[in-house]
Ligand binder design. Structure first.
Ligand SMILES: [Fe+2]
Ligand SMILES: [Fe+2]
Length: 308
């Protein structure tokens, strides 16, 4: 695999991106409950009543959470009638991930974008689920943090669609036509990538440092200084999704060798139990999860288009 291009951002370029992100008028407001919820969930002892109270503030999100929680995906004998009921039967951590996903779906409603939003969400949610599946195999890894990191890692593409649509359209076109990685074409054409635009938005939203680190470095893991194992986990999950048909709606020609990827070594250094993971088998296991992901994305963001 080609090494990920490391973008050398000048302070002026980064300041320009930040300024343009700051001035975004078309950016839909993030639901008011999202940031307090993220802060609340980061605590060791999460207060269930507080979570229920926050979610109940936003009736649209509460309704969507209940719809997802009642779906066959969670195979419940009795569909929950209230958020508290959902928390009791599904468990707080599962409900949290549903809530976060619904919040992001509200923040970025499906409109006509350069990058199809349904394709985008399928990739983001797929990556979130793969991150959590890998984290489940690693003793001591924070599964829900991994899920959130996977869900948010590519928010820079949304910034590109909203703030730089004219510049981003030919990037997307060329990547599709030539089967090249999007970040490579962004770097060559724009001089910056969705990692920088995503970072600017994540800073504006005051997301946690490790999530900002993932957004900024998931295509150049070795540049990460603060949360390298989490960045490596997201990087590998991102690759796995793209290998299993949950990429950006086009076929990428480059060869992927997960074991030879520097991120694998970084993760192995942190988690010794990774040696017991049969990656080839795990990759095939993911195919079973793909259907579930498509269903969940359709429920939250609308019907999933056929993959080209
Ligand atoms: Fe990315
Ligand atoms: Fe990605």
């Amino acid at each position: 695999m080609n090494p990920s291009p490391t973008v050398t951002m000048t302070p002026t370029m980064m300041a320009t991106i930040r300024e343009r992100v700051r001035r975004i008028k078309t950016m839909p407001a993030i639901p008011a409950v999202f940031l307090p919820l993220l802060k609340l969930l980061a605590k060791e002892d999460v207060d269930v009543e507080e979570v229920v109270r926050l979610v109940s503030y936003d009736s649209a999100i509460a309704a969507q959470c209940l719809r997802v929680a009642s779906s066959p995906l969670f195979a419940m004998a009795q569909p929950p009638k209230s958020i508290k009921g959902a928390v009791m039967s599904l468990g707080l951590r599962r409900v949290e991930t549903i809530i976060l996903t619904c919040c992001l779906g509200q923040a970025f409603p499906a409109k006509k974008w350069v990058l199809d939003p349904i394709v985008f969400w399928r990739h983001s949610l797929g990556c979130a689920m793969v991150c959590r599946k890998i984290a489940e195999k690693l003793a001591g890894a924070d599964r829900e943090k991994a899920y959130t990191a996977g869900l948010m890692h590519d928010i820079g593409f949304m910034v590109n669609c909203l703030v730089f649509p004219k510049e981003f359209a030919p990037v997307m076109k060329r990547a599709c036509e030539e089967g090249i990685r999007l970040d490579e074409v962004e770097h060559a054409t724009l001089g910056f990538t969705h990692c920088e635009t995503g970072r600017a938005l994540a800073e504006k939203w005051e997301l946690a440092d490790d999530i900002i680190e993932v957004i900024a470095h998931h295509h150049a893991v070795e540049d990460s200084r603060k949360a390298q194992p989490l960045v490596a986990l997201v990087h590998l999950s991102d690759l796995l999704c793209r290998m299993r048909g949950m990429g950006y709606g086009y076929y990428e020609r480059h060869k992927v060798d997960l074991i030879a990827d520097p991120a694998w070594a970084i993760l192995q250094k942190q988690y010794h139990d990774l040696e017991g993971v049969d990656l080839v088998r795990f990759t095939f296991e993911l195919d079973e999860a793909v259907e579930t992901i498509h269903t969940l994305v359709s429920m939250i963001f609308g019907p999933t288009p056929a993959t080209p």
